[in-house]
Design a protein around this ligand. Structure first.
Ligand code: ATP
Length: 362
């Protein structure tokens, strides 16, 4: 069991490119941290630095309070699960799983016992004699997990482990990973660019952007109170709608003239009319039944309808504006392309951001 502390961790590659700018993070014992962010934000760099596969340019990495910056990967007691599984093709499942123990000089009988115990834990007991090429993608991923578990490391690192699997298997495996991680209680850091995977797996989410941490928190906290426009747009699917608006006291006015109650009234004594970026999640827009429009609504024309079964995504353009919004409505509501609709935003769930800095204002 282990805690991890990242203190102003930075990475500058030999070509002079700085991929991480002073990352601070404390990870509790047994916690499952998921790191998300767009391609190139530094997720893999961070994970590889934790593993010891990439040197640390500046700052400190500590495991259980002990500085490990200069320890070799093998000395860090960390196991990594990769997306390409990295299994030895000429070895059986049992030998793949027991390889690290063999290298460590663990006697054969004990090795066998540990491999069998782990195989039972993850449902591989009937496949121990197979070679990797005789396994399905999901089974190979399970062997890669088993190989990490059998080592009984202090920390698990997962680098997009499910990205080679089909959608259904991904869902199944992510439930299994969460269950196993909780059962074993091993501190884990999991990197993905799939935000649904991130939301469902994480105890806490770390959202990265451009080599920096934008926000850290529980999935629901990041969903309900994103600290920046970037986080607001990254967490939640489909993404939050953003509209230009002006705020005067506690009234927001949209370019179409619609007025909404602002979630933030501004500084005391402020009189100016200020531009803000208004965020409305698709699930917080509802269709107003005909004849019931009492203001505080958006008049739109439907451009595209995506039925998902339980829900329908309605892509619509604000009347007289260029802005497109997406609304997630109940799947049984009949909506067709070309329809004119009135949408009402849930004013208790609005978000406002500074249009320049992107910081949350309320
Ligand atoms: P992805 O989701 O696409 O894997 P990522 O968030 O994991 O992206 P990294 O692989 O950590 O991103 O890369 C972060 C940045 O560092 C990128 O701009 C990348 O081009 C750069 N980078 C990565 N490795 C090196 C290297 N060896 N030398 C120079 N720059 C590098």
């Amino acid at each position: 069991m282990a805690t991890l502390r990242l203190d102003a961790l930075s990475k500058t590659y030999p070509n002079g490119f700085t991929a991480l700018h002073g990352v601070d993070l404390e990870i509790a014992d047994g916690e499952l941290i998921v790191v998300v962010g767009p391609s190139g934000c530094g997720k893999s760099t961070l994970l590889r630095m934790l593993a010891g596969l990439e040197s640390i340019s500046d700052g400190e990495l500590a495991i259980d309070g002990r500085r490990v910056n200069d320890l070799e990967p093998a000395e860090r007691d960390i196991a990594m699960v990769f997306q390409n599984y990295a299994l030895y093709p000429h070895m059986s499942v049992a030998d793949n799983m027991g390889y690290a123990l063999k290298n460590r000089g663990v006697p054969k009988a004990e090795r066998r016992r540990k491999v069998e115990e782990t195989a039972r834990l993850i449902g591989l007991e009937d496949l121990l004699d197979r070679r990797p090429k005789q396994l399905s993608g999901g089974q190979r991923q399970r062997v890669a997990m088993g190989r990490a578990i059998v080592r009984e490391p202090k920390v698990f690192l997962f680098d997009e482990p499910l990205s080679n699997l089909d959608a259904k298997l991904r869902v199944q495996m992510r439930i299994e990973i969460r269950r196993l991680q909780k059962r074993l209680g091993v501190t884990s850091v999991y990197v993905t660019h799939d935000q649904v995977e991130a939301m469902t797996l994480a105890d806490r989410l770390v959202v990265m952007n451009g080599g920096r941490i934008e926000q850290v928190g529980t999935p629901m906290h990041l969903y309900e109170r994103p600290a920046t426009r970037f986080v607001a747009g990254f967490i939640g699917s489909p993404a939050m709608n953003f509209l230009d608006a002006r705020r005067s006291g506690d009234v927001l006015t949209l370019p179409c003239g619609t007025q909404l109650a602002s979630p933030w009234p501004g500084e005391a004594g402020e009189t100016r009319d200020t531009p803000v970026c208004l965020g409305i999640r698709p699930e917080h827009l509802a269709i107003v039944p005909e004849g019931q429009n009492g203001g505080g609504t958006l008049a739109v024309r439907v451009e595209l309808v995506e039925p998902l079964g339980a829900d329908t995504l309605v892509h619509a353009r604000l009347d007289g504006q260029d802005d497109l919004v997406v609304a997630r409505i109940d799947g049984i509501q009949p909506v067709a392309e070309g329809d004119s609709l009135i949408l009402r935003p849930d004013t208790d769930r609005l978000h406002i951001f500074d249009p320049d800095s992107g910081q949350r204002l309320d």
